[in-house]
Design a protein around this ligand. Structure first.
Ligand SMILES: Cc1cc2nc3c(=O)[nH]c(=O)nc-3n(C[C@H](O)[C@H](O)[C@H](O)COP(=O)(O)O)c2cc1C
Length: 197
């Protein structure tokens, strides 16, 4: 079965570099046999998460939740804002918890530095929800790595995005299928036991 990869773009900019990078990586994931979807947080305009109101009637939130449940693996792409992920990305992550368990995440950051603290924060949020993370991420420096038409012109960055996509598809499938087998196997002592219905 094809690995289902959900890309999430956490930039509010129309010509976002995070968006350009995640779109290229999703295309590469499709070349690896994956099915993909993209959640553009600029378009779906999630409400601010409020624990008192967990599932408000909201078209964008329904689309996000549907995608999160559908996905085997995630590609989170955020701009670097003050060394942190964007508020939009953090707000998206706040809506979910158990939905992330046993799924693999890859990270992209649009930054003028290397975006390491940004990706580290996304990784921390995901780990807190028992999601798995690829051990590396890809950062793009928009003004240098893209041309004025929004295409990536840095071959090294493009190679890394393709590698990220490949690894997400291959390891994402392995981790997801093992997690599902562990869920189904009532006897196994694994962290999946916590998530059995
Ligand atoms: C509020 C704000 C804070 C930013 N903080 C940083 C920063 O700490 N480090 C950095 O390298 N770039 C910083 N930037 C630059 C953005 O990360 C950069 O423009 C990035 O390409 C934006 O991503 P996007 O094109 O996907 O929106 C900041 C930009 C904004 C608007």
């Amino acid at each position: 079965m094809a690995t289902k990869v959900l890309g999430v773009c956490g930039s509010m900019r129309v010509e976002s570099y995070s968006g350009g990078a995640v779109r290229l990586a999703l295309e590469a994931a499709r070349e690896q046999g994956a099915e993909t979807r993209l959640l553009n947080l600029r378009e779906i305009k999630l409400p601010t998460y409020n624990p008192d109101e967990k599932a408000p009637e909201h078209e964008g939130l329904k689309m996000a939740t549907d995608g999160v449940i559908w996905a085997d693996a995630f590609l989170l792409a955020s701009p670097d804002y003050h060394g942190s992920m964007s508020g939009a990305m953090k707000n998206f992550l706040d809506f979910y918890w158990e939905e992330f368990a046993g799924k693999l995440f890859g990270y992209v950051c649009a930054s003028h530095e290397k975006g390491l603290t940004v990706m580290e924060q996304m990784r921390t949020s995901v780990r807190q929800c028992y999601g798995w993370s690829l051990p590396y991420g890809v950062s793009v420096y928009g003004e240098k790595d893209f041309n004025s038409s929004g295409e990536i012109v840095n071959a090294h960055v493009e190679r890394r995005l393709r590698m990220l996509a490949r690894d997400l598809v291959v390891y994402g499938s392995l981790i997801r299928s093992q997690f599902q087998a562990d869920l189904a196997d009532g006897a196994a002592e694994t962290f999946a036991a916590r998530y059995r219905a």
